[in-house]
Design a protein around this ligand. Structure first.
Ligand code: CO8
Length: 258
C-alpha cells in the first residue's frame, strides 16, 4: 500500500493523486519511489487506457522537498536528481497517455512533473513556476530541458531566471497547458479527455506517443524514417484490421489492444 499517493482505476482510467497535502505534496524520496512503482504497475496493466495525475488539496505539487534537499551533499543530490529524472522519464515514455490535472501550485519539481505528462489541464486557480534560483538552486528534474521545448527558449528562460509564478491563463497563453477548467470541473474535464482517448485504439495511441517523443529531438530525416517504420509495423496489429474494417462496415470498433 502507498502512503504518499493514491491510485484508483475506474473503467480503464487510472487516477494517481499525490497525497501529502500538509507539505503541499512536495516530492520527497518516498513520493518519488511510490510514483515510480505506481507508474511501472500501470504501464504493465492492459486494463489501463489512460492515466490522470493530480494532487490532493491546494497544491498539485509545490516542488521537490526543500527540507530533504537542504541536507544533501553533491553525491546525495545527484542520486536524488537521478531518482526524479527516472520518474519523469518513466511518465513521459510509458505507453499510456498521461494527463496532468493541475489543481493548484505546480512549482519547481511540480511543474517538472506536470511537464513530463503528455497533456496538461489546469484549474483556473493553478499556479506554475520554476522558483529554484530563489533557493540558490536550478531546476533538477528536467525543467531546463522540457520547459523550453514546451514554451520556447525565451519564455523558459524568463520563468527560470525570474522565479516568477504565473497563473493558469498565462500558462495557457504560452502553451504550457492545453486547457483551463473551472476548479470544480477540473477532474471531470480530465476524465472526459481521458475517456475520449480511451475510446481510440490503444496500440495506436501508444505508438503515436512513442513517435512524437522519439521524433521530437532528432532531425526530420531520422524522424521521418522512425515514423515510416512505426506506421508500417502497426499494420500487423489486429486493431488496425479491426479499425479499418469497422469503418467500412459502418460499425463501432472493438479494440483488443493487440
Ligand atoms: N518542500 C517542502 N515543504 C514544502 C514545500 C516544498 N517544496 N512547499 C511547501 N512546503 C510545506 C511548508 O514548509 C509548510 O510546512 P509547515 O506547515 O510544516 O510549515 C506547508 O508545506 C504549507 O506551506 P505554506 O505554509 O508555505 O503554504 P502557503 O499556502 O503559504 O504557500 C506555496 C504555498 C506558495 C506553495 C509555498 O509553500 C511555497 O512557496 N513552497 C515552496 C515552492 C518552491 O520553492 N518549490 C521549488 C522547490 S525546489 C525544486 O523543486 C527543485 C526540483 C529539482 C530537484 C533536484 C534535486 C537534486
Amino acid at each position: 500500500m502507498y502512503e504518499t499517493i493514491k491510485c484508483e482505476l475506474n473503467e480503464g482510467i487510472a487516477t494517481v493523486t499525490v497525497n501529502r497535502p500538509k507539505a503541499m505534496n512536495a516530492l520527497n524520496s518516498q513520493v518519488l519511489d511510490e510514483l515510480f512503482d505506481a507508474f511501472t504497475a500501470l504501464a504493465a496493466n492492459a486494463d489501463v487506457r489512460a492515466i490522470i495525475l493530480t494532487g490532493e488539496g491546494k497544491a498539485f505539487v509545490a516542488g521537490a522537498d526543500i527540507a530533504e534537499m537542504s541536507k544533501l551533499g553533491a553525491v546525495e543530490a545527484r542520486a536524488f536528481a537521478k531518482k526524479g529524472h527516472s520518474v519523469m522519464n518513466l511518465i513521459e515514455t510509458i505507453e499510456k497517455p498521461v494527463i496532468a490535472a493541475v489543481n493548484g501550485f505546480a512549482l519547481g519539481g511540480g511543474c517538472e512533473l506536470a511537464m513530463a505528462c503528455d497533456i496538461r489541464i489546469a484549474s483556473a486557480k493553478a499556479k506554475f513556476g520554476q522558483p529554484e534560483v530563489g533557493l540558490g538552486l536550478i531546476p533538477g528534474f528536467g525543467g531546463n530541458l522540457r520547459l523550453p521545448r514546451l514554451v520556447g527558449k525565451g519564455n523558459a528562460k524568463y520563468l527560470i531566471y525570474s522565479a516568477d509564478m504565473i497563473d493558469a491563463a498565462e500558462a495557457y497563453r504560452i502553451g504550457l497547458v492545453q486547457k483551463v477548467a473551472e476548479p470544480e470541473e477540473l477532474i471531470a474535464e480530465a476524465e472526459a479527455m481521458a475517456a475520449k482517448i480511451a475510446k481510440q485504439a490503444p496500440i495506436a495511441v501508444a505508438v503515436a506517443k512513442d513517435v512524437v517523443n522519439n521524433g521530437y529531438d532528432v532531425d526530420m530525416k531520422s524522424g521521418s524514417n522512425y515514423e515510416v517504420n512505426a506506421f508500417s509495423l502497426i499494420f500487423d496489429s489486429e486493431d488496425m484490421k479491426e479499425g479499418t474494417a469497422a469503418f467500412l462496415e459502418k460499425r463501432k470498433a472493438e479494440w483488443k489492444n493487440k
